[in-house]
Write a protein that binds this ligand. Structure first.
Ligand code: HAM
Length: 417
């Protein structure tokens, strides 16, 4: 037997309806905010993520699936969606079209991480990117979109944390303050953080090492260092969220694990998914498009991890509707009856009814068992008596009620039941 690679998962038929439902709600929610789909490749030139995600991040340093292709090009499986969207936005000249460009994607992502509940090496994101607006309305609207999506799915017990990490100007001052603060404890930092303190000090706050966390617990807050413009922007975002009735907590320790962020950053954190509790993360990235050679274009977005989300819904006991359920199973009791059942199933399906019949020659008892297993709402028995009379004996599997329906009325009867 060949096993599945570590950190990947099969979505089996018993669970795939959950994915379809979550993806449908994602699309519907995005559409209701006038956000259109974009699809970018699963792999990009490695350069896209070096520039986009940033060379001092864990993703780029430790987690990328990078390989040389047969043409000797360095290729990377996308570890996240934003950098590819930014590349595409510039390459396809979307900046010259109607702005803001409001885009969403549902896409596999790949990170070489230590797998655990809710943390995989191949996972999937529903992401939204809004490009071309500097206004705080855009931040608030994007956060509200994420919240609406989670709410529509019945997610409870999530807290929205927001922060501002300022612009490169205010961050310079903050970086100095952080360096000064950490200088006494420099030797106690992990090797990676020592390097981070030189290259990108704020990344120290994002370290997963508990010893580094202790050292940074009382570090200066970025919010004391942001400039007037960033401060006003952050205050406006908060004001708009309050107007929309969205509850949030300010958490100055949220710096996010990617380098492209400026100003607003946010995370939705759940109590229900164990160790990996951040179900959605996002923020503003006003310098990213220019980084890809496009005109200065601000952006803001988020991504939700679909595996984490489904794990959370399961833990919460949220019932996800199964829209693929079999409406009727036709149980023939002989060869001739089987032909009739076959004909009726074709007719039902043509009319949009999810219908099934016997494919392995089961006896009537076994057919009822099978119909029950596949969750059929109705079973229609066709024995020699029914065939002669031109009817189906229809049984409602929930309440056990039975009635006879003539063949020609079966579609309507089942559709209206
Ligand atoms: P991120 O915080 O790295 O942000 O990932 C977003 C979400 O993807 C996380 O909150 C989590 O639910 C899910 N996720 C991340 N890594 C894994 C993993 N190894 N296994 C399972 N789920 C995972 C981004 O990726 C940004 N591109 C979000 C963004 C869009 N910012 C602006 N626009």
């Amino acid at each position: 037997m060949i096993n599945i690679p570590k950190g990947t998962k099969d979505v089996l038929p018993k669970d795939s309806y959950k994915w379809q439902y979550v993806e449908k709600i994602a699309r519907d929610t995005a559409n209701s905010f006038a956000v259109n789909e974009i699809r970018t490749p699963t792999f990009e030139h490695t350069e896209v993520f070096l520039r986009g995600v940033g060379e001092t991040t864990d993703i780029v340093n430790k987690e990328m699936y990078t390989f040389m292709d047969k043409g000797d090009r360095s290729i990377t499986l996308k570890p996240e969606g934003t950098a590819g969207v930014a590349r595409s936005f510039v390459e396809n000249g979307l900046y010259a079209g109607t702005l803001p460009a409001k885009l969403f994607y549902i896409s596999p992502c790949f990170r070489y991480e230590r797998p655990q509940a809710g943390r995989l090496r191949e996972f999937h994101q529903f992401g939204v990117e809004v490009l071309g607006s500097t206004l705080p309305n855009s931040d608030a609207e994007t956060i509200i979109l994420a919240k609406t999506f989670l709410e529509k799915l019945g997610v409870k017990n999530v807290t929205l944390y927001i922060n501002s990490i300022g612009c490169p100007e205010c961050r310079k001052k903050y970086a100095e303050a952080l360096k000064t603060y950490m200088s006494d404890n420099y030797d106690k930092l992990c090797d990676l953080c020592k390097d981070r303190l030189v290259k990108n000090p704020m990344r120290v706050l994002d370290c997963k090492n508990p010893e580094c966390n202790k050292l940074t617990a009382n570090a200066p807050s970025i919010l004391d260092y942001i400039c007037e413009d960033c401060k006003n922007h952050f205050e406006s975002v908060q004001k708009l969220l309050k107007i929309a009735g969205v509850e949030f907590k300010i958490n100055p320790n949220i710096v996010r694990g990617l380098d492209y962020y400026t100003k607003t950053v946010f995370e939705f954190v759940s109590e229900n998914i164990g160790v990996q509790s951040t179900v959605c993360g996002g923020g503003r990235y006003d310098k990213l498009i220019a980084e890809f050679g496009g005109p200065d274009t601000p952006g803001i977005g988020f991504a939700v991890g679909i595996e984490r989300l489904i794990l959370m819904l399961d833990n919460l006991g949220v019932e996800i509707p199964n829209e693929n359920k079999v409406k009727i199973y036709l149980a023939p009791m002989g060869e001739k009856e089987s032909e009739k059942a076959f004909e009726l199933v074709c007719e039902l399906r043509k009319n949009g009814v999810v219908a099934e019949t016997d494919h392995v020659g089961r006896g009537i008892k076994a057919q009822f068992k099978y119909a029950d297993k596949i969750g059929a709402e109705f079973v229609g028995v066709i024995g020699s008596f029914e065939l002669e009379k031109g009817v189906v004996k229809l049984k409602n599997m929930k309440d056990g009620q039975e009635m006879e329906v003539v063949f020609s009325s079966l579609v309507d009867a089942v559709k209206n039941a």
